[in-house]
Each structure stands twice: as structure tokens, then as C-alpha cells.
Design a protein around this ligand. Sequence first.
Ligand SMILES: [Zn+2]
Length: 324
Amino acid sequence: MVLPELILQKSSFIENIFVDIDCPVCGGKVFKTVWRATPRQFLSDFRQSYYNLDAIGVGFDTPFYIKRCKGCSFVFVNPRFRNDLYDVVYNEAKVGQRHQKAWAFQEGDLKYLYNTHHKWAASRILMRALSYLHGRFEKPKNEGQRRIRLLDFGCGNGHLLDLCRVFEVEATGVDIDLHRIQFCRDKGLNVCRPEGLEAASQFDVVVSTSVVEHVNDLHEYFRYVTDRLKSGGRLHLTGLNPGIIRREKKRGTYRLVMPFEHLNYFTAGALDTLAGKYGLRRIQVSHLFQPTTKLLDYFTPFLKNFVFRGFYPTGMFEADLTKL
Ligand SMILES: [Zn+2]
């Protein structure tokens, strides 16, 4: 007689882990399932080695679903974890990653640029952020210029913030991974949890790369960013588009389609609709200097701006927005 009770308790516990949500972009309630898989199928051997599924209360055969909204074509994980469980996902379920992914922490000292690809990636983002503010650098006399204020939302190990120090950019980072926050603070960087940064803090630029796909409450995220961005300020976002699902399904192995953490897959239309609600409009920017090695390189800016509009067949997107 004890057994059925136990089963009942267990299943009600599991049911409480997940919540069904309406479409965060248009409020729609009608969806088409575009992807279904279990952790046994979508976690690589490497990830299986460091994820602690017990901490989030799921098993290797728990199904996860990605759905497309019939109203606006936004693609997202649904049902998804209860809001408070995402803190567990980032702070308890993958603690082993700190040892397995040691390379991500091998840096901090700017003289070791060669030691990591992260600084290279961050350099390009910083140059992009500074290029938004090119007007400030055009006159040889620097009268009346103010220090640039930059917020890195989802600053991770602080690679971009390290570079900001070199240029005396007044930079702040927020993250929800407590271990990474401490790692940044040990380097002397100004980093806190999102709720630790008051809304009165105003920034010229907000950078948020590979973050928006992780965000559970997109409304809270866009409100947070727009509240802290000056009028005319710029937001640089990168994330995933639904093309990544098709791509990885075809490949048969999943890296970026990872429903524990990657919840949101934006089409251009879905991003424009959602960002528009918060007074953010997409802009086009010129592209950074890279050597041309193949014919296609000459057409890359055209392809990026006019053909793909920032949403690439690789399954990634990049968008630059301004606060109206
Ligand atoms: Zn929708």
C-alpha cells in the first residue's frame, strides 16, 4: 500500500517542477511542437559528466519540448522549469563545470591575451560598443566629454569588463552565477546580481551577448535593460534563432539546443515585437574590420544587413537596438 503513495508523491513533485506559459511575445496560447527530446538524447557525454540532474529533479528520460507560437512564430521551451529552479540550474546543477571548463577561467591578467579566445571575442564586442559612440571621438579636443558607462548584462567571467578597464570605460556587470560573480570581484571588477543594481544607474551602452536565450522572464529582462539605458543609448544583443534547431537536429548532436538553459529562439519579427514594447528599435551598424579571404567576404556586410537582417542560417542572431 505504500508504493502507490510514493509514486503519487514523486509524480506530483515532478509536475511542480514544470510550468506551462503563454507566448511571452504575443500572449498566444496555441503552439506547434517543433522539437521533443530527453536529457539522454540532448546532453552530450561531456555535459552528462558535469550536470547533476538530481538537483533539478529530472531524470535522463524526462521529455523536454520546444514549441512555436502560432500567433507570432516565437520559438521557446514550453513547459519550462518553475522560475526559482533556474537559480538551481546555474548554481547547483552544473558545479562540475568549473573544473571541466577550466579554460574559461584561465585569464584575468590582460597580458595573457594569447592564452584565451575569450579576450579576442570580447575585444570585438567592445569595439562594436565603442563604435556606437563614435561621435564622442571625432573631435581632437576632448572638452566636455564624459566617461562612457557600459553595462554587461550576463558578464560571465568578466572578459569584456577586463578590457573596459584598459580604456577607463566605467563598466558594471551583472550575472546570476554566484561563482562567476565572485571570480569577477576577485579581479576587482564591479559586478553584482541583477537585483543589486539600482534602476537609477544609467548607461550609454548595454551589452548582453548569449544571454537572452537563457532568460526565463523576458518582460522583466527588457524592462530592466530599457530602464537602465539612456535615451538614444545602444543595446547589443546576440542569441539563438530557430534555425539552430533544424541545424542540430540534422547533425544529430545537440550543443546549443539545450532546453535546461536555452529557452528562447528569436525570429527577427519576434525580437522586434518584444523589444518594441519597451521602446527599443533595431538599427543597422557597419561591420568590423576583418581580412577578406574569400569572395563571399566582400558581400558579407550586404548579406548581414539586407539578406539575413542579423538572423543567420547558422542559427545565431545579432541585433543592435537603440532606446527611442
Ligand atoms: Zn506569440
